[in-house]
Design a protein around this ligand. Structure first.
Ligand code: NQM
Length: 362
Protein backbone atom coordinates (compact mmCIF):
# COMPACT_ATOMS: atom_id res chain seq x y z
CA UNK A 1 0.00 0.00 0.00
CA UNK A 2 0.92 3.63 -0.15
CA UNK A 3 -0.40 4.76 3.21
CA UNK A 4 1.75 6.93 5.38
CA UNK A 5 1.29 4.76 8.46
CA UNK A 6 3.85 2.40 9.87
CA UNK A 7 5.34 -0.45 7.89
CA UNK A 8 7.22 -0.60 4.66
CA UNK A 9 5.60 1.24 1.81
CA UNK A 10 6.02 -0.15 -1.66
CA UNK A 11 4.80 1.14 -4.99
CA UNK A 12 4.73 -0.38 -8.46
CA UNK A 13 6.87 1.79 -10.71
CA UNK A 14 8.31 1.75 -14.20
CA UNK A 15 11.47 3.68 -14.89
CA UNK A 16 11.61 4.94 -18.46
CA UNK A 17 13.70 7.17 -20.61
CA UNK A 18 11.43 9.52 -22.49
CA UNK A 19 13.37 11.43 -25.14
CA UNK A 20 16.30 13.11 -23.37
CA UNK A 21 14.73 12.83 -19.92
CA UNK A 22 14.27 9.98 -17.49
CA UNK A 23 11.37 9.49 -15.14
CA UNK A 24 9.37 7.27 -12.84
CA UNK A 25 6.01 6.29 -14.39
CA UNK A 26 3.06 5.30 -12.21
CA UNK A 27 -0.55 4.30 -12.62
CA UNK A 28 -2.62 6.99 -10.92
CA UNK A 29 -4.38 4.29 -8.90
CA UNK A 30 -1.08 3.20 -7.33
CA UNK A 31 -0.47 6.63 -5.79
CA UNK A 32 -2.42 8.48 -3.09
CA UNK A 33 -5.32 10.46 -4.56
CA UNK A 34 -4.60 13.38 -2.24
CA UNK A 35 -2.04 15.62 -4.02
CA UNK A 36 -0.16 16.54 -0.83
CA UNK A 37 0.21 12.88 0.22
CA UNK A 38 1.16 11.94 -3.35
CA UNK A 39 3.81 14.65 -3.58
CA UNK A 40 5.27 13.72 -0.19
CA UNK A 41 5.56 10.11 -1.31
CA UNK A 42 7.15 11.13 -4.63
CA UNK A 43 9.77 13.25 -2.84
CA UNK A 44 10.74 10.21 -0.78
CA UNK A 45 10.73 7.94 -3.84
CA UNK A 46 13.01 10.28 -5.79
CA UNK A 47 15.28 11.06 -2.81
CA UNK A 48 14.52 14.79 -2.59
CA UNK A 49 15.48 17.16 -1.12
CA UNK A 50 19.14 16.30 -1.62
CA UNK A 51 21.52 17.58 -4.32
CA UNK A 52 22.61 13.98 -4.99
CA UNK A 53 19.19 12.31 -4.47
CA UNK A 54 21.30 9.56 -2.98
CA UNK A 55 18.41 7.88 -1.18
CA UNK A 56 16.02 7.63 -4.13
CA UNK A 57 15.50 7.08 -7.84
CA UNK A 58 16.25 10.63 -8.95
CA UNK A 59 19.37 11.36 -10.99
CA UNK A 60 20.41 14.64 -9.30
CA UNK A 61 19.33 16.86 -12.21
CA UNK A 62 15.88 18.25 -13.13
CA UNK A 63 15.96 16.17 -16.33
CA UNK A 64 16.20 12.93 -14.33
CA UNK A 65 13.84 13.88 -11.50
CA UNK A 66 10.56 13.56 -13.35
CA UNK A 67 7.32 11.69 -12.77
CA UNK A 68 4.45 10.64 -15.03
CA UNK A 69 1.07 9.69 -13.54
CA UNK A 70 -1.14 7.88 -16.02
CA UNK A 71 -4.69 6.60 -16.04
CA UNK A 72 -7.42 5.59 -18.46
CA UNK A 73 -9.18 8.73 -19.64
CA UNK A 74 -12.84 9.44 -19.03
CA UNK A 75 -12.66 11.76 -22.04
CA UNK A 76 -14.02 9.98 -25.14
CA UNK A 77 -11.47 11.86 -27.28
CA UNK A 78 -8.53 10.48 -25.30
CA UNK A 79 -7.23 7.04 -24.38
CA UNK A 80 -5.19 8.08 -21.37
CA UNK A 81 -4.70 11.03 -19.05
CA UNK A 82 -1.10 12.05 -18.38
CA UNK A 83 -0.12 14.22 -15.46
CA UNK A 84 3.50 15.34 -15.39
CA UNK A 85 5.14 16.20 -12.08
CA UNK A 86 8.52 17.86 -11.78
CA UNK A 87 10.17 16.78 -8.54
CA UNK A 88 12.75 19.33 -7.43
CA UNK A 89 16.19 17.96 -6.65
CA UNK A 90 17.40 19.95 -3.65
CA UNK A 91 14.13 21.39 -2.37
CA UNK A 92 10.84 19.77 -1.33
CA UNK A 93 8.86 21.06 -4.29
CA UNK A 94 6.74 18.97 -6.59
CA UNK A 95 5.01 20.98 -9.28
CA UNK A 96 2.31 20.30 -11.85
CA UNK A 97 2.67 23.79 -13.34
CA UNK A 98 4.61 22.56 -16.36
CA UNK A 99 4.15 19.81 -18.89
CA UNK A 100 6.95 17.66 -20.32
CA UNK A 101 7.07 16.51 -23.92
CA UNK A 102 10.10 14.27 -23.41
CA UNK A 103 8.47 12.21 -20.68
CA UNK A 104 5.36 12.21 -22.92
CA UNK A 105 7.30 9.96 -25.33
CA UNK A 106 7.11 7.11 -22.79
CA UNK A 107 3.41 7.52 -22.00
CA UNK A 108 2.07 5.50 -24.95
CA UNK A 109 4.44 2.55 -24.46
CA UNK A 110 3.70 2.58 -20.72
CA UNK A 111 -0.05 2.58 -21.41
CA UNK A 112 0.32 -0.49 -23.61
CA UNK A 113 2.68 -2.27 -21.19
CA UNK A 114 0.27 -1.76 -18.32
CA UNK A 115 -2.85 -2.77 -20.25
CA UNK A 116 -4.53 0.64 -20.48
CA UNK A 117 -4.51 0.58 -24.28
CA UNK A 118 -4.78 -2.42 -26.61
CA UNK A 119 -1.83 -2.64 -28.99
CA UNK A 120 -2.20 -2.86 -32.75
CA UNK A 121 -0.38 -5.60 -34.63
CA UNK A 122 2.07 -3.26 -36.35
CA UNK A 123 1.92 0.08 -34.57
CA UNK A 124 -0.22 1.75 -31.96
CA UNK A 125 -1.47 5.31 -31.63
CA UNK A 126 -2.37 6.59 -28.20
CA UNK A 127 -4.44 9.71 -27.74
CA UNK A 128 -3.20 11.54 -24.67
CA UNK A 129 -4.94 14.21 -22.67
CA UNK A 130 -2.24 16.21 -20.92
CA UNK A 131 -3.66 17.26 -17.59
CA UNK A 132 -1.07 19.95 -16.87
CA UNK A 133 -2.19 22.13 -19.76
CA UNK A 134 -5.46 20.60 -20.94
CA UNK A 135 -3.85 20.16 -24.37
CA UNK A 136 -3.73 16.96 -26.40
CA UNK A 137 -1.18 14.79 -28.17
CA UNK A 138 -1.23 11.67 -30.30
CA UNK A 139 1.80 9.38 -30.05
CA UNK A 140 2.50 6.53 -32.46
CA UNK A 141 5.10 3.78 -31.97
CA UNK A 142 5.82 0.27 -33.26
CA UNK A 143 4.07 -2.68 -31.62
CA UNK A 144 4.91 -5.67 -33.84
CA UNK A 145 2.83 -8.66 -32.81
CA UNK A 146 1.07 -6.52 -30.22
CA UNK A 147 4.15 -5.81 -28.08
CA UNK A 148 5.99 -2.53 -27.70
CA UNK A 149 9.27 -2.52 -29.64
CA UNK A 150 11.89 -0.26 -28.12
CA UNK A 151 14.70 -1.17 -30.53
CA UNK A 152 14.91 0.72 -33.78
CA UNK A 153 17.11 2.83 -35.97
CA UNK A 154 16.10 6.32 -34.90
CA UNK A 155 18.80 8.47 -33.32
CA UNK A 156 17.94 11.59 -31.34
CA UNK A 157 20.54 14.08 -30.15
CA UNK A 158 21.43 13.68 -26.49
CA UNK A 159 20.75 9.93 -26.38
CA UNK A 160 23.48 7.44 -27.35
CA UNK A 161 22.69 4.88 -30.04
CA UNK A 162 19.35 4.33 -31.72
CA UNK A 163 15.87 3.20 -30.70
CA UNK A 164 12.34 2.89 -32.07
CA UNK A 165 10.73 6.15 -33.13
CA UNK A 166 7.86 7.61 -31.15
CA UNK A 167 6.09 10.11 -33.38
CA UNK A 168 4.32 12.82 -31.41
CA UNK A 169 1.75 15.11 -32.97
CA UNK A 170 0.14 18.04 -31.24
CA UNK A 171 -3.16 19.32 -32.62
CA UNK A 172 -3.79 23.08 -32.42
CA UNK A 173 -3.69 24.26 -28.81
CA UNK A 174 -6.26 26.40 -27.10
CA UNK A 175 -3.95 28.91 -25.39
CA UNK A 176 -2.77 31.99 -27.31
CA UNK A 177 0.67 31.59 -28.93
CA UNK A 178 1.71 35.06 -27.72
CA UNK A 179 0.66 35.22 -24.05
CA UNK A 180 1.47 38.93 -23.71
CA UNK A 181 -0.40 39.79 -26.90
CA UNK A 182 2.83 41.27 -28.31
CA UNK A 183 5.42 39.99 -30.74
CA UNK A 184 8.12 41.72 -28.66
CA UNK A 185 8.22 43.03 -25.12
CA UNK A 186 10.91 44.90 -23.28
CA UNK A 187 11.46 43.26 -19.90
CA UNK A 188 14.15 44.31 -17.43
CA UNK A 189 15.67 46.39 -20.23
CA UNK A 190 15.90 43.52 -22.71
CA UNK A 191 13.82 42.90 -25.84
CA UNK A 192 12.28 39.44 -25.78
CA UNK A 193 9.54 37.41 -27.42
CA UNK A 194 7.25 35.56 -25.03
CA UNK A 195 5.71 32.49 -26.63
CA UNK A 196 3.70 29.44 -25.58
CA UNK A 197 3.26 26.56 -27.99
CA UNK A 198 2.83 24.02 -25.20
CA UNK A 199 5.51 25.47 -22.89
CA UNK A 200 5.83 29.09 -21.80
CA UNK A 201 9.21 30.27 -23.10
CA UNK A 202 10.94 33.66 -23.18
CA UNK A 203 13.16 34.05 -26.26
CA UNK A 204 16.20 36.23 -25.60
CA UNK A 205 18.97 37.06 -28.08
CA UNK A 206 22.15 35.71 -26.44
CA UNK A 207 24.08 38.79 -27.59
CA UNK A 208 21.74 41.04 -25.57
CA UNK A 209 23.07 39.35 -22.43
CA UNK A 210 26.73 39.62 -23.35
CA UNK A 211 27.21 35.92 -24.17
CA UNK A 212 27.64 34.21 -27.53
CA UNK A 213 25.04 31.50 -27.04
CA UNK A 214 27.63 28.86 -27.94
CA UNK A 215 28.95 28.40 -24.39
CA UNK A 216 28.53 25.03 -22.70
CA UNK A 217 25.76 24.63 -20.11
CA UNK A 218 28.43 24.42 -17.39
CA UNK A 219 30.03 27.70 -18.52
CA UNK A 220 26.65 29.44 -18.56
CA UNK A 221 25.64 28.04 -15.17
CA UNK A 222 28.91 29.36 -13.71
CA UNK A 223 28.13 32.92 -14.86
CA UNK A 224 26.62 34.62 -11.79
CA UNK A 225 25.98 37.93 -13.57
CA UNK A 226 24.06 36.09 -16.29
CA UNK A 227 22.01 34.25 -13.67
CA UNK A 228 21.00 37.60 -12.14
CA UNK A 229 19.94 39.00 -15.53
CA UNK A 230 17.97 35.85 -16.32
CA UNK A 231 16.21 35.98 -12.97
CA UNK A 232 15.15 39.60 -13.54
CA UNK A 233 13.95 38.91 -17.08
CA UNK A 234 12.06 35.80 -16.03
CA UNK A 235 10.35 37.50 -13.13
CA UNK A 236 9.15 40.42 -15.25
CA UNK A 237 8.17 38.19 -18.18
CA UNK A 238 6.27 35.84 -15.87
CA UNK A 239 3.96 38.67 -14.82
CA UNK A 240 3.47 39.85 -18.41
CA UNK A 241 2.67 36.28 -19.50
CA UNK A 242 -0.06 36.01 -16.88
CA UNK A 243 1.87 33.47 -14.82
CA UNK A 244 1.98 35.65 -11.73
CA UNK A 245 4.94 35.40 -9.38
CA UNK A 246 7.24 32.80 -10.94
CA UNK A 247 9.88 32.85 -8.23
CA UNK A 248 10.26 29.16 -7.38
CA UNK A 249 8.19 28.08 -10.40
CA UNK A 250 9.74 26.08 -13.26
CA UNK A 251 8.04 28.16 -15.95
CA UNK A 252 8.58 30.22 -17.99
CA UNK A 253 11.76 28.73 -19.43
CA UNK A 254 14.34 31.09 -20.95
CA UNK A 255 15.92 30.30 -24.30
CA UNK A 256 18.97 32.20 -25.52
CA UNK A 257 19.12 32.52 -29.31
CA UNK A 258 22.20 32.71 -31.55
CA UNK A 259 22.74 32.13 -35.27
CA UNK A 260 22.87 28.46 -36.29
CA UNK A 261 26.29 26.80 -36.63
CA UNK A 262 25.45 23.29 -37.83
CA UNK A 263 23.05 23.80 -40.71
CA UNK A 264 20.03 24.28 -38.46
CA UNK A 265 17.69 27.23 -37.99
CA UNK A 266 18.99 28.59 -34.69
CA UNK A 267 21.33 27.79 -31.79
CA UNK A 268 19.73 27.61 -28.35
CA UNK A 269 20.70 27.47 -24.69
CA UNK A 270 17.67 26.91 -22.47
CA UNK A 271 17.37 27.58 -18.74
CA UNK A 272 14.79 25.35 -17.04
CA UNK A 273 14.94 27.83 -15.30
CA UNK A 274 18.14 27.68 -13.21
CA UNK A 275 19.99 24.69 -14.61
CA UNK A 276 20.89 24.97 -18.29
CA UNK A 277 19.32 22.16 -20.33
CA UNK A 278 21.87 19.78 -21.88
CA UNK A 279 19.56 19.63 -24.92
CA UNK A 280 16.12 21.30 -25.11
CA UNK A 281 12.65 20.22 -24.06
CA UNK A 282 10.20 18.99 -26.67
CA UNK A 283 7.51 21.55 -25.93
CA UNK A 284 10.25 24.07 -25.25
CA UNK A 285 11.54 23.49 -28.79
CA UNK A 286 7.97 23.58 -30.13
CA UNK A 287 7.57 27.01 -28.56
CA UNK A 288 10.95 28.19 -29.89
CA UNK A 289 10.13 26.98 -33.41
CA UNK A 290 6.71 28.64 -33.39
CA UNK A 291 8.16 31.83 -31.89
CA UNK A 292 10.75 32.03 -34.66
CA UNK A 293 8.02 31.70 -37.26
CA UNK A 294 6.08 34.67 -35.86
CA UNK A 295 6.81 37.72 -38.04
CA UNK A 296 8.62 40.43 -36.08
CA UNK A 297 9.90 38.33 -33.18
CA UNK A 298 13.38 38.72 -31.66
CA UNK A 299 14.60 35.72 -33.65
CA UNK A 300 14.52 37.80 -36.84
CA UNK A 301 18.07 38.48 -37.97
CA UNK A 302 19.34 35.58 -35.83
CA UNK A 303 17.49 32.50 -37.10
CA UNK A 304 17.66 31.09 -40.61
CA UNK A 305 14.29 29.51 -41.18
CA UNK A 306 13.37 26.97 -43.82
CA UNK A 307 10.37 27.71 -46.06
CA UNK A 308 7.03 27.54 -44.28
CA UNK A 309 6.18 23.89 -43.88
CA UNK A 310 9.86 22.92 -43.55
CA UNK A 311 10.98 21.43 -40.25
CA UNK A 312 12.72 23.87 -37.94
CA UNK A 313 16.02 22.40 -36.76
CA UNK A 314 16.65 23.79 -33.28
CA UNK A 315 20.33 23.38 -32.38
CA UNK A 316 21.17 22.84 -28.70
CA UNK A 317 24.24 21.88 -26.63
CA UNK A 318 24.23 18.20 -27.65
CA UNK A 319 22.87 18.37 -31.21
CA UNK A 320 19.49 19.41 -32.54
CA UNK A 321 15.77 18.78 -32.26
CA UNK A 322 13.62 19.12 -35.37
CA UNK A 323 10.11 20.50 -35.00
CA UNK A 324 7.49 20.42 -37.72
CA UNK A 325 5.36 23.48 -37.13
CA UNK A 326 2.65 24.96 -39.37
CA UNK A 327 1.63 28.44 -38.45
CA UNK A 328 -0.82 30.98 -39.81
CA UNK A 329 1.09 34.25 -39.34
CA UNK A 330 -2.02 36.22 -38.31
CA UNK A 331 -2.22 38.53 -36.47
CA UNK A 332 -2.80 36.88 -34.17
CA UNK A 333 -0.52 34.01 -35.20
CA UNK A 334 -2.10 30.57 -34.79
CA UNK A 335 -0.28 27.22 -34.79
CA UNK A 336 -2.10 24.62 -36.87
CA UNK A 337 0.08 21.62 -36.19
CA UNK A 338 3.24 20.68 -34.32
CA UNK A 339 5.10 17.38 -34.64
CA UNK A 340 8.32 15.86 -33.31
CA UNK A 341 10.06 12.51 -33.33
CA UNK A 342 11.39 11.07 -30.08
CA UNK A 343 12.39 7.67 -28.77
CA UNK A 344 11.69 6.06 -25.41
CA UNK A 345 12.85 3.00 -23.54
CA UNK A 346 11.62 0.87 -20.68
CA UNK A 347 14.57 0.64 -18.31
CA UNK A 348 13.15 -1.04 -15.23
CA UNK A 349 9.83 -2.24 -13.95
CA UNK A 350 9.21 -3.30 -10.39
CA UNK A 351 8.60 -2.13 -6.89
CA UNK A 352 10.06 1.01 -5.42
CA UNK A 353 10.60 1.23 -1.66
CA UNK A 354 10.53 4.90 -0.61
CA UNK A 355 12.37 5.92 2.50
CA UNK A 356 9.99 6.32 5.41
CA UNK A 357 8.25 9.60 6.15
CA UNK A 358 9.54 9.37 9.72
CA UNK A 359 13.20 9.57 8.65
CA UNK A 360 12.91 11.78 5.57
CA UNK A 361 14.15 15.38 5.60
CA UNK A 362 11.69 18.19 5.03
O1 NQM B 1 9.65 21.14 -22.98
C1 NQM B 1 12.73 20.01 -19.47
C2 NQM B 1 12.67 18.01 -20.81
C3 NQM B 1 12.04 19.26 -20.34
C4 NQM B 1 10.69 19.62 -20.74
C5 NQM B 1 12.30 21.29 -18.99
C6 NQM B 1 10.22 19.07 -22.03
C7 NQM B 1 9.37 19.93 -22.87
O2 NQM B 1 13.55 18.08 -21.66
O3 NQM B 1 8.43 19.39 -23.44
O4 NQM B 1 10.45 17.95 -22.43
O5 NQM B 1 12.18 22.21 -19.79
O6 NQM B 1 12.10 21.42 -17.78
O7 NQM B 1 12.31 16.94 -20.33
Amino acid sequence: GTGTGTGIEEVRCTLMRGGTSKGAYFLAGDLPADPAARDGLLLRIMGSPDPRQIDGLGGAHPLTSKVAVISRSADPEADVDYLFLQVAVDTSEVTDRQNCGNILAGVGPFAVERGLVAAGDVETSVRVRMLNTGERAVTTFPTPGGRVAYDGDTAISGVPGTAAAVVIEFPPGTAPLLPTGNVRDTVAGTEVTCVDNGMPVVLVPAAALGVTGYETPAELEADAALADRLREIRSAAGHLMGLGDVEGATVPKLTLLAPPRDGGAVTTRTFIPVRCHTAIGVLGAASVAAGLRVPGGVGEGIARLPDSGGRVRVEHPTGFLEVGVRLDPGPPPVVRRTAVVRTARKIFDGTVFPRSAATAPV
